[in-house]
Design a protein around this ligand. Structure first.
Ligand code: ATP
Ligand code: K
Ligand code: MG
Length: 689
């Protein structure tokens, strides 16, 4: 499918055809009104058309051929702007069509509310939030939801374009499944979390189609500025007419400026280049993001990504591979290894996290411990939570716990126990090597330590260096202890870290940065990340993460790749830069048109203005035509740049600004002089003006 990382072709014949048709469809006043600059051109086109019709019946001091020529090119200006927007939209539509194909209607095997064992088949469209379904090997997952039981590989290529299957399991931070994806091994029991029609896939389709695209505050501010500029030029141009009449009366020479020329002058002075391309730039930014397999819930988030100062990442699963595995039991002095393993095993039987499962596996491998029947002992399981940093079981009057060192130390202290020095030393050794120590206790006694190993992802250090070059500070936040955090932080090359962070601490850290006027981005996957994700300016949830995280974020990365934020920042910066560059170009490129039109319009009234005719254009009529034609053609010429975006290199902001002013400001000043002259030569050679 076509949503994978390859960039879509810029223009296919099909897309060209559709966009051309759409350009004409967009000629309705309702659509045109959305863009004040282009609406002015639209009115100008209508007005000159009327002038032309009038000139056919009434004799005027201007050739109807010139009026017709101006009118046609003004209509083309409007159509070119429509075309730019239509091309940008069309590329999204192609992607949406591909996504629609993934949204097949399937039957769901809904488990009955009573015993959750018998299944009834109902159409997926009839599922409700909270329904529990079972999905077997080879079947399509009927709706978005959370896995509540089981582990399975899932083929998510329908939405991600990525062919390698992913693991989805209950309990941990990889529990979310997306409707339309397929289970390819084992089976899953899933609790439905969204209504049909509001699923992730539906929202994604709506987004890439641009249906949900709302103008961002930045874009609105720019649009207002452009409209204000247009209004000022409108006032200037309308005062030119009485002014022209007055000076003819006073001096007794010359011919008054015509209405056609006034309209042409207005259109040439108004910032039409950026006005025509503004919407296409915004849509193209969203398209680039979805080509990077990131779904943004708002355009605002994309823009904010371009201005990010601080990036918060969690450690486990983001900086490290995240599949923390138990590798060794370190018993406390005087405790047999098997006792430690047995307690660790008991405390992990009901622990659905990756860590918990791996402990059960290690106990089985090393000591042959297996699942046991404990029903008669009436165990109470204590599930892991990020706040307590502990999990375990209370069984036959014994409280067995495992968890972070400080959590267990507190726990045994309350029962007048203590953490033996030898255990503390082991904990520190494990932590310094970047591993996670889990201390195990039974009542007041510390039994030893389980060593969990995790691996820093390859290539991550280089990515962080790149972020540093962009001026972005990286901060690792983790629930793990400070020693482990420091070891991993050093290995990964982050700028700073926060250890033993509770969900509240993550949230507080973001607020603190924001108070200092910084824009904060965060990536996360866990339920405990949700509050912080909701607070961050740019919040990228991993598609593999929990439903809570995905709902709290304003972007979802389908590839679940935490370093994707670098690409997102690039795309955001590119969007802002493209908009800035084309605004600069647009305003600069209007300057040349004063030199073309003013002398032409006032040549007979004010012969001095002839000096402005730097381009030595063939005739006043040719000058005006050439300026209007150039003004229209430059829009089409810049469509590829608007869609592809200005290239971004990680350099400092000042240098970037200087480069852009140089290229787009100076370029914008010079190019039209050459372009208008060339068109003028062509027109007069062909005898058209
Ligand atoms: N299943 C578990 N049972 C008991 N304790 C656990 C379990 N999993 C993790 N812990 C302890 O709780 C701490 C916090 O875990 P948590 O998942 O909140 O953060 P983390 O995964 O270390 O960090 P991150 O925020 O980077 O994901 C861990 O460092 C570990 O000491
Ligand atoms: K213009
Ligand atoms: Mg975690």
């Amino acid at each position: 499918m076509s949503t994978s990382n390859h960039s879509a072709p810029m223009l296919t014949p099909q897309l060209f055809k559709e966009a051309t048709i759409a350009s004409f469809r967009k000629l309705t006043p309702r659509v045109q009104l959305r863009n004040p600059v282009m609406f002015t051109v639209y009115l100008g086109s209508l007005f000159t058309t009327l002038l032309w019709v009038n000139s056919l019946f009434v004799s005027t001091n201007e050739s109807s051929q010139l009026i017709l020529g101006i009118s046609i090119w003004l209509w083309l200006t409007v159509l070119f702007a429509n075309f730019a927007e239509a091309i940008a939209e069309g590329r999204g539509k192609a992607q949406a069509a591909a996504l629609r194909r993934a949204r097949t209607s399937v039957m769901a095997k809904k488990l009955t509310d009573l015993d959750r064992k018998t299944a009834v088949e109902i159409p997926a469209a009839e599922l409700k939030v909270g329904d529990v379904v079972i999905v077997a090997t080879g079947e399509t997952i009927p709706a978005d939801g959370d896995v509540i039981e089981g582990v399975a590989s899932v083929d998510e290529s329908a939405i991600t374009g990525e062919s390698a299957p992913v693991v989805r399991e209950s309990g941990g931070d990889r529990s979310a499944v997306t409707g339309g994806t397929r289970v390819i091994s084992d089976h899953l029991i899933i609790r439905v979390s969204t209504l049909p029609g509001q699923s992730f896939l539906d929202r994604m389709i709506a987004m890439v189609e641009g249906a949900q695209r709302q103008k961002t505050p930045n874009e609105i501010a720019l649009a207002i500025l452009l409209a204000a500029l247009t209004l000022i030029f409108l006032m200037v141009v309308t005062t030119l007419l009485p002014f022209s009449l007055f000076s003819i009366e006073a001096s007794g020479q010359g011919t008054p400026i015509t209405l056609t020329v006034l309209v042409a002058l207005l259109v040439c002075l108004a910032p039409t280049t950026i006005g025509a391309l503004l919407s296409a730039i915004g849509i193209a930014g969203m398209n680039r993001l979805s080509q990077a397999n990131v779904i943004a819930m708002s355009g605002r988030a994309v823009e904010a990504a371009g201005d990010i100062d601080v990036l918060l990442l969690d450690k486990t699963g983001t900086i490290t591979l995240g599949n923390r595995q138990a590798t060794k039991f370190h018993a406390a002095p005087g405790v047999p290894d098997r006792d430690l393993a047995d307690a660790a095993h008991l405390a992990s039987i009901a622990d659905e996290t990756a860590e918990g499962r791996s402990i059960a596996v290690l106990a089985k491998q090393q000591f042959g411990l297996r699942g046991r029947d404990m029903e008669h002992a009436k165990p109470t399981f204590i599930p892991f939570s990020a706040r307590t940093r502990m999990s375990g079981v209370t069984i036959e009057g014994h409280e067995i716990r495992k968890g972070s060192t400080d959590a267990i130390e507190n726990f045994v202290r309350q029962q007048n126990g203590h953490l033996p020095e030898a255990v503390r030393t082991t904990v520190q050794q494990i932590a310094r090597s970047g591993g996670t120590p889990l201390v195990v206790s039974r009542d007041a006694q510390v039994l030893g330590v389980i060593e969990l190993k995790d691996i820093v992802k390859g290539g991550i250090k280089e990515r962080f260096a790149e972020l540093r070059q962009m001026g972005i500070k990286t901060v690792m936040i983790t629930g793990d202890n400070p020693l482990t955090a420091a070891a991993i932080a050093a290995e990964a090359g982050v700028d700073d870290y926060l250890a033993e962070a509770t969900p509240e601490a993550k949230l507080a850290l973001i607020r603190e940065y924001q108070k200092g006027g910084r824009l904060v981005a965060m990536t996360g996957d866990g339920t405990n990340d949700a509050p912080a994700l909701a607070q961050a300016d740019v919040a990228v949830a991993m598609n593999s993460g929990t439903q809570a995280a995905k709902e709290a974020g304003n972007m979802v990365d389908l590839d679940s790749n935490p370093t994707k934020l670098i690409e997102i920042v690039n795309i955001g910066k590119q969007l802002l830069m493209t908009r800035g560059a084309l605004t600069t170009f647009s305003i600069a490129n209007d300057v040349a048109k004063y030199f073309a039109i003013l002398p032409a319009a006032f040549a007979t009234t004010y012969p001095v203005l002839k000096q402005l005719d730097l381009m030595h254009l063939a005739s006043p009529a040719s000058a005006i035509m050439s300026a209007v034609i150039f003004n229209a053609l430059i829009i089409i010429a810049l469509v590829p740049l608007a869609l592809k975006g200005v290239k971004y290199r990680p350099v400092g902001a000042a240098e970037l600004l200087r480069n852009n002013l140089l290229v787009y400001g100076v370029g914008g000043l010079i190019v039209p002089f050459i372009g208008i002259k060339a068109i003028d030569v062509l027109l007069s050679t062909l005898g058209l003006a």
